[in-house]
Design a protein around this ligand. Structure first.
Ligand SMILES: [Zn+2]
Length: 414
């Protein structure tokens, strides 16, 4: 079997999709359910219809593009990713997995391959959290990680509920109907740019993702006592920012001594009140992110962070409250999918290595209902979520070929 990819068309299609943007090109801004998002979806559906594929959409706008196999009674094998983009992003994040998935199907059809299981390409709604503050809305709902209460509970930056936003975008129906049962897909595989520097640095064409980290995020609010920077003497102070400084350093330490380099912690928000040079900080709000490939280890570090907060509060006689924003499970790839990818790399004579995915992906949630693995390709400098994000056409083509072979193997009935 020789897979041939129409590289010129893939490049043209990536550019065409990138031109549908709310930002000044080359920057791409495409927020879910905006006019540009709807234009991009319409454009994608035209390409799929041209390829003779069947299209279905669910109540939240997840789009399923289906190539019917000879055994439609069997669970289909699926691939896919997202086409929404954060403000001032690049043109490859997500898009490579959607347009690459489409080209993988076209490449298999071109050589007359006939799948037994049907092959579906999924375009997931709102992988990026830009509008609703939570990402992977489409795949969370598919997997049942998010329930139909999200319809009213999720509010956009414009205060519109998910229900209002999706309905005005033309996606009606009961949100509960989005959920798919266990076993609906026999396997799921997502092609994506690495968004990190490892593959490029090591000169490797394909990363075979073994694990996707489980992220947790939280706010820590510290309430001390404010006062005049001159009038209150040091023994009388309950400075919220000094306590926050101790807290930040402690969070860093706890991640470092977890026993694994896969534990990473970041405090990315520090809001100081009242924020005046001659006023003792009375209140500080920290926003933190903690990720790990091992959910138990992450939760242990989280518990240690909370214990540290209690200790610091007691020592400094201030109040500290912790508010969890989210804690998602890590996901592990399954050998059947991993090994199919690795065989695809061998057949294409592309060097591969196993790698950990450290960002959110729809695959994290698809892993809850189907055996999952991901295919990473290098991106220049590891840069992503920026207009200068770049993946070479050669690497994209390599990824599409490996994806096509993986889908072909997984589509066998056995
Ligand atoms: Zn992405």
């Amino acid at each position: 079997m020789k897979i041939e990819v129409d590289a010129d068309r893939v490049a043209r299609e990536i550019d065409a999709l990138a031109a549908i943007t709310d930002a000044e090109p080359p920057a791409v801004t495409r927020v879910v359910f905006t006019e540009q998002d709807l234009r991009a979806r319409a454009w994608l559906k035209e390409r799929c219809a041209e390829a003779g594929l069947a299209i279905r959409e669910d109540a939240v706008g997840n789009t399923f593009i289906r190539w019917e196999g000879s055994r439609p009674d069997l669970a289909a094998v699926a691939t896919g990713s997202h086409i929404d983009a954060i403000p001032n992003a690049g043109k490859f994040d997500g898009v490579v997995g959607v347009l690459g998935g489409l080209e993988a199907i076209r490449a298999l059809r071109r050589i007359g391959f006939e799948p037994e299981r049907s092959i579906e390409l999924i375009q997931f709604t709102a992988e990026e959290p830009t509008r609703f503050g939570v990402g992977c809305i489409g795949s969370r709902l598919l997997a049942g990680v998010l329930g139909p209460e999200a319809d009213e509970a999720l509010r956009g930056s414009d205060e519109q509920t998910l229900r209002a936003a999706r309905t005005s975008a033309g996606f009606a129906g009961d949100l509960a109907s989005v959920r798919l049962p266990q076993g609906y897909y026999s396997a799921f595989v997502e092609l994506h740019i690495e968004q990190g520097p490892i593959l490029e640095r090591e000169g490797i064409a394909i990363g075979v993702v073994t694990n996707i980290v489980g992220p947790a995020s939280f706010f820590i609010t510290l309430e001390g006592r404010g006062g005049h920077a001159g009038g209150v003497l040091m023994p009388e102070r309950h400075d919220a920012l000094c306590a926050a400084a101790e807290m930040i350093v402690r969070i860093e330490e706890l991640a470092k001594v977890s026993g694994s380099v896969d534990t990473v912690a970041t405090v990315g928000i520090c809001e100081v009140h009242p924020g005046a040079i001659n006023s003792i900080p009375s209140r500080v709000k920290l926003g933190g992110d903690l990720r790990d490939t091992d959910g138990k280890r992450r939760d242990r570090v989280l518990a240690e962070i909370k214990a540290a907060a209690e200790r610091i509060a007691q020592q400094r006689q201030i109040q500290i409250t912790t508010q969890m924003l989210n804690a998602d499970d890590p996901a592990a790839s399954l050998p059947q999918v991993l090994e199919a990818i690795e065989r695809g790399c061998e057949e294409e004579e592309l060097r591969s290595r196993r790698i950990v995915a450290r960002a959110y992906h729809d695959s994290s949630f698809m892993a809850q209902i189907a055996p999952m693995a991901m295919i990473f390709i290098p991106c220049r400098g590891g840069v992503s979520h920026r207009p200068d994000e770049y993946a070479s056409l050669e690497h994209i083509v390599g990824g599409v070929k490996v994806l096509a072979r993986t889908l072909a193997e997984l589509s066998h009935a056995h």
